[in-house]
Design a protein around this ligand. Structure first.
Ligand SMILES: Nc1ncnc2c1ncn2[C@@H]1O[C@H](COP(=O)(O)OP(=O)(O)OP(=O)(O)O)[C@@H](O)[C@H]1O
Ligand SMILES: [Mg+2]
Length: 364
């Protein structure tokens, strides 16, 4: 089951000498059959190069690359063509033929593979139904919306029934709602067709919605790798923290913080919400036990891999000692972030008197 796609000490260098570009450096990772694996990183991190290695478009410089039991890193061009046939590819810019109809675009890889006309037509009908574009068979790409174009791109990538689909920034050119649609389709491709998907993105929301596991790339290297939930709830690297931050928007900005402090009496704190130990039920129970009132003033809980995750900012009111006790209790099972910068700044918002949070107690 495991190691469907396996990279071991893989390097990809363009050019040589002092001008050499080390696009991928010493990458070791395994992708399981049937999973949706995310690769996230900033521009130039080496993400596209990594997928071009996996589908045999670029030879590996050094290291070992195995795809479905076949050692791609030692293959010649002819064998590589066989590997490519089993891998579908979806691009940010769709890469459709603008003057061909939707049906002709989807049929293209089948034509190249030598399928006869009747078989092609039957397969194209099936694919267009699957992606919800049966009524657009005779339209041409310029007449389609971005989302529809990407559905055509996905149908074409699936034409030859690939085992693997590589999606390189497949939704980066789309608005948020269309992005959801296309990501929903990719989920169906995985769940209903059993296709293993590798998603390249610079958007953490895409990873959060779609992926089981994620690798974070920086300057050609994988700097973090794990389940999406673990990476979100406990990011280790700065780059990862920044990506997670863009997706969670988990703490009020300094401006909203000042507004909240001015309009809510009490002590503002942001408490992490996670599965089990950090559940909102447990948060409320802890406050009640300490006879502290907590008004929820900011935050949200989302689901990552079907597990709750997020944070709530509360305005706590009660005896200062009781608030300190509640916070100490909460810290034993979740993250608590206080805002010492507000202490004394706003009337009706007394400092709790507790020590400012140390590094380890900070959320994220
Ligand atoms: N064919 C090539 N020849 C020379 N250098 C290349 C080539 N392809 C990529 N590179 C370089 O390798 C590095 C990684 O590029 P890559 O396209 O893999 O990054 P990326 O993570 O996909 O970035 P983006 O998010 O902008 O698409 C960059 O420095 C790039 O300039
Ligand atoms: Mg790229």
């Amino acid at each position: 089951m495991t190691d469907f796609i396996h990279l071991e000490g893989v390097h990809k260098t363009f050019g040589d000498g002092p001008r050499a570009v080390h696009a991928v450096e010493d990458v070791t990772l395994s992708i399981d059959r049937g999973e949706i694996f995310g690769v996230i990183g900033y521009s130039g991190a080496g993400k596209s190069t990594l997928v071009r290695l996996i589908n045999g478009l670029e030879p590996v410089t050094t290291g070992r690359l195995v795809v479905d039991g076949a050692e791609v890193s030692t293959m010649g061009e002819k064998q590589l063509r066989g590997v490519r046939a089993e891998i579908g590819m979806v691009f940010q810019q769709f890469n459709l033929f603008p003057s061909k109809t939707v049906a002709e675009n989807v049929a293209y890889p089948l034509r190249v593979a030598g399928w006869d006309k009747e078989r092609r037509a039957a397969r194209v009908t099936e694919l267009l139904e699957f992606v919800g574009l049966a009524d657009k068979a005779n339209a041409r790409p310029p007449q389609l919306s971005g989302g529809q174009k990407q559905r055509v791109g996905i149908a074409r990538a699936l034409a030859r029934d690939p085992k693997i689909l590589l999606a390189d920034e497949a939704t980066s050119a789309l608005d948020p709602e269309t992005t959801r649609d296309v990501l929903g389709l990719l989920r169906r491709v995985n769940a209903e067709l059993g296709v293993t998907i590798v998603v390249i993105t610079h958007e953490m929301d895409v990873v959060k919605y779609l992926c089981n596991r994620v690798a974070v790339m920086e300057l050609g290297r994988v700097v973090e790798l794990g389940s999406v939930y673990d990476v979100f709830s406990n990011p280790q690297q700065d780059a990862t923290r920044r990506f997670v931050g863009t997706s969670l928007r988990d703490r009020p900005s300094p401006e909203s913080l000042r507004r909240l402090a001015a309009t809510h009496p009490g002590t503002l704190v942001t408490v992490g919400i996670q599965e089990e130990t950090g559940s909102s039920t447990r948060l409320m129970r802890t406050l009640a036990e300490h006879r502290v009132d907590g008004a929820i003033v900011y935050g949200g809980i989302t689901e990552i891999g079907e597990r709750p995750f997020g944070s709530l900012t509360l305005a706590l009111t009660g005896e200062p000692a009781a608030i300190d006790g509640a916070l100490a209790d909460l810290r034993t099972h979740t993250t608590v972030h206080e805002y010492p910068e507000l202490a004394g700044a706003v009337p009706g918002s007394p400092a709790t008197g507790s020590a400012p949070p140390s590094e380890g107690q900070e959320q994220r």
